[in-house]
Write a new protein. Structure first.
Length: 293
């Protein structure tokens, strides 16, 4: 008896790289990704533009600038010199009482405090003024404690959690969770100011169907969210770890280490806002005064 060779399957034709159907499917998938990216970018602009426009108006009136473009250029220069995102500078301009009329400095009596220690992040020497560097080290610390390679950092901004750092997560996930207002483990952790564990996302009642699908599609079957809390119990953000398998929970040692990380990062964010961000505003003031001379 001779070996029987199976007839070629119809599926083999569809797998051919030159198949018109396959090329069209890939074209449509690429187009869908491009449209999703555009939607995300538009959402960022829609959320950020009013804050930037408000700050532009304040600066134009305060310093007698030519127009909003001149105000935008000043904020961009100050944000780049301080290594802070422009929208953070804009929000600070709108929220912070302005300098006295004719004052040569914005914050003449500001008390300066040293940066809080970051040793509990176990990351060696860090530039405490560099937000991206510190938040990246904090994320790595949480992922190390929770034994996973997927996670993200979100900061509180006007009552919303905004994505700032992430690792091991696909673009679909980070786009979908670019801004979070509620309905997730991270929002519950921020609202309650304590750690939240979702042991199995597939069966948890805490997500709507779309949110659950996005998380599961990222390869996450469980997650744990740690609020970033300062010494006054103010929540400044959340770090979440995502796990490829359902969780049984964490040991007391792990939870304690996560708590120490929470306090370390929360206290540092408070210091950063009171020091580095205000330094950026002072720099902005000096830049504006220089244009008046």
């Amino acid at each position: 008896m001779t070996d029987h060779q199976p007839e070629p399957r119809a599926e083999d034709e569809r797998d051919d790289e030159s198949s018109p159907g396959l090329r069209e499917a890939r074209r449509l998938a690429a187009q869908a990704r491009q449209l999703q990216n555009q939607v995300t970018e538009l959402e960022v602009q829609v959320r950020a533009r009013p804050k930037i426009a408000l700050a532009e108006g304040i600066l134009v009136e305060r310093y007698g600038l030519a127009d909003a473009d001149a105000a935008f250029a000043l904020m961009r220069q100050a944000s780049q010199r301080a290594n802070i995102k422009l929208h953070q500078v804009a929000i600070a301009v709108a929220r912070t009482p302005g300098p006295a009329q004719g004052a040569t400095v914005w914050f003449g009596t500001r008390e300066r405090r040293p940066a809080p220690p970051l040793t509990k992040l176990a990351a060696g020497t860090l530039d405490e003024r560099n937000q991206g560097e510190v938040l990246g080290a904090a994320l790595r610390r949480v992922l190390n404690i929770t034994s996973t390679n997927m996670g993200n950092v979100q900061l509180v901004e006007d009552g919303t959690l905004r994505m700032e750092k992430h690792a091991g997560l696909p673009r679909q996930f980070t786009d979908y969770f670019a801004f979070v207002d509620g309905g997730t483990a991270c929002s519950r952790a921020a609202a309650a100011s304590h750690q939240v564990t979702v042991k199995e996302i597939a069966s948890s009642p805490g997500f709507d169907d779309t949110t659950r699908r996005v998380i599961l599609s990222a390869g996450s079957r469980a997650c744990h969210s740690v609020p970033l809390v300062d010494d006054t119990d103010t929540v400044h953000g959340v770090i979440s770890s995502h796990h490829a398998r359902p969780l049984a929970g964490f040991t007391q040692a792990q939870l304690k280490a996560l708590h120490h990380t929470s306090r370390t990062v929360g206290t540092w964010i408070d210091w950063h806002q009171r020091t580095v961000l205000l330094d950026a505003l002072e720099d902005l003031h000096q830049l504006a005064l220089a244009q008046q001379r």
